[in-house]
Design a protein around this ligand. Structure first.
Ligand code: ZN
Length: 233
């Protein structure tokens, strides 16, 4: 009996690791050895959701050492504040910006986000006493901006986009980030992954609209862009 079986380690993970040993590690051994010796120096940080369907490394076909990833429920960046709490995402941001000196931070939202849906629908077990409830209360400003029009799916979609914008705005509340952005040494991006179709939308900072990063059909249509500006009817 292998140690994995003895400890009831998930067989899926053991099989996956065996595959990694026999395939990817063989192909990328030199890369791993170099990374081990020289350390990591990724130029991109991605802030994504914990959702198992939206792995940034898979979506961007990234190799080891290429992107520095922080994932949390609903790809949220909290506002900068220095209270004596435990700020995992803020710590990751600080490390990425000040130690790794990344050049880009991408907030990666996605379709069918369970955390955002739970907030919108006030579903159990959200309450002020739950970690998730407290965490998701961060999106309240975005929810207030998104007008309740259209059907539930449309509302959730626009809320998902608004949460990306909220995280981008909160990034700018970090002094160490704001100063680098203003100096042109750090660039912030908002992206949105459509789980079902694999379409990646990128936020245009000039218009606030989310447009396809890669237009497979080479034709723009209303269906390929979205806007969270809900002040217009
Ligand atoms: Zn999510």
């Amino acid at each position: 009996m292998s140690p994995g079986k003895a400890s009831q380690f998930p067989s899926k993970l053991e099989a996956g690791y065996r595959s990694f040993l026999n395939d990817r590690l063989v192909r990328e051994r030199q890369r791993y050895e170099t990374l081990a010796q020289q350390g990591q120096s990724p130029e991109v940080m991605v802030i994504g959701c914990c959702d198992s369907r939206v792995s940034p490394e898979v979506i961007f076909d990234a190799s080891p050492g290429e992107i520095f990833v922080a994932r949390n429920v609903a790809n949220l960046v909290p506002p900068y504040e220095t209270g004596g709490e435990y700020h995992g995402t803020s710590a990751a941001l600080e490390f990425a910006v000040q130690a790794l000196k990344v050049k880009h931070i991408v907030v990666l939202g996605h379709a069918r986000c369970g955390g955002i849906r739970a907030f919108a629908e006030q579903a159990a077990p959200l309450s002020s006493g739950d970690f998730i409830g407290n965490w998701m209360s961060l999106i309240a400003p975005a929810a207030q901006r998104v007008a309740a029009r259209g059907d539930a799916a449309d509302h959730l979609h626009r809320l998902e986009l608004a949460v990306i914008e909220l995280s981008l705005a909160n990034l700018m509340s970090f002094p160490c980030i704001r100063i680098l952005v203003e100096r042109g040494r750090l660039h912030l991006h908002g992206a949105y992954f459509g789980v079902a179709d694999g379409v990646l939308l990128l936020r245009d900072p000039a218009t606030g609209r989310f447009e396809r990063l890669v237009d497979a059909t080479a034709s723009a249509s209303d269906e390929t862009s979205f806007n969270t500006n809900n002040t217009q009817p």
